[in-house]
Design a protein. Structure first.
Length: 262
């Protein structure tokens, strides 16, 4: 009787932690959705002024007599609604990343946990820096260029929904591109790659930066360069950070012997 129940007891012991992890994951996902919902309410109330702020780079570049339009019946309602949702997500990025970190941190080593706050802080700052870079530098140059090359006699009148889709895509593209130093740091820190290996892939990275600029930005040279060149510079900075990590690991090999903490 005891021999038959032994394996069942062992299986039950293995299943419980997994179920607990699922429950914890569900709880953190619900908290994340709750935060987005709470942020959405006041943001939607100010969705009109918020859209005016987001649309300012294009409005300032429009020729005299041109304006933004709504080509769909529901656009005046759905566009501010969508803007409020994405703004709530962007504002909630620090909390969302913290929830992710809190879920995975119990299985990490003490030496890995020491990097928690710097990595989270730098990830958030770089993401917001990418968004600010695209809004304050890229958008004015791109929209001025597009207004300049617009055919004579053709009024430049952009649909508000299409404009919002374009802006959100650019925010996301630049926000992710600015995370490259964090990605290279993690690759070197985890041992999946090294600074020399990443540096040896530099020609492919440069080509990839320009391909990403071509695919993620409007079909003009200005916006492509404004995404490709900073991405390349951030990659070089990430390689430098990877060398510092390797040097630190070489000087402190005892960190690898740390045990995971629950």
């Amino acid at each position: 009787m005891t021999a038959e129940t032994g394996p069942n007891d062992t299986a039950s012991d293995k299943e419980m932690p997994f179920l607990e992890h699922l429950i914890e994951l569900r709880a953190r996902i619900l908290r994340s959705f709750a935060l987005i919902g709470i942020l959405f309410i006041p943001i939607y109330y100010y969705a009109g002024p918020l859209f005016s702020f987001v649309a300012a780079p294009l409005v300032q570049a429009l020729p005299d007599g041109s304006s933004m339009i709504a080509t769909q019946v529901t656009s005046p309602f759905l566009t501010p609604f969508k803007l409020a949702i994405y703004t709530a997500v962007f504002i909630g990025v620090p909390f969302l990343l913290h929830q992710l970190w809190a879920f995975v941190s119990p299985g990490l080593y003490r030496s890995e946990k020491r990097f928690a706050f710097p990595l989270l802080f730098s990830s958030v700052v770089l993401f917001y820096a990418g968004m600010a870079f695209s809004y304050f530098l890229v958008f004015p140059l791109v929209f001025d260029f597009l207004a300049m090359v617009s055919p004579e006699g053709v009024p430049m009148m952009t649909d508000i929904n299409h404009y919002l889709d374009f802006v959100l895509k650019m925010f996301l593209a630049f926000g992710i591109a600015f995370e490259i130093p964090v990605a290279t740091f993690l690759l070197a820190w985890s041992g999946l790659s090294s600074a020399d290996k990443m540096a040896s892939k530099r020609p492919y990275v440069i080509i990839g930066c320009f391909i990403a600029g071509m695919l993620l930005t409007p079909p003009d040279v200005v916006s492509q360069l404004l995404l490709a060149l900073p991405t390349w510079v951030l990659f070089e900075f990430g390689v430098l950070m990877a060398r510092l990590v390797e040097r630190r690991n070489a000087n402190n090999p005892s960190d690898a012997d740390d045990e995971p903490q629950a």
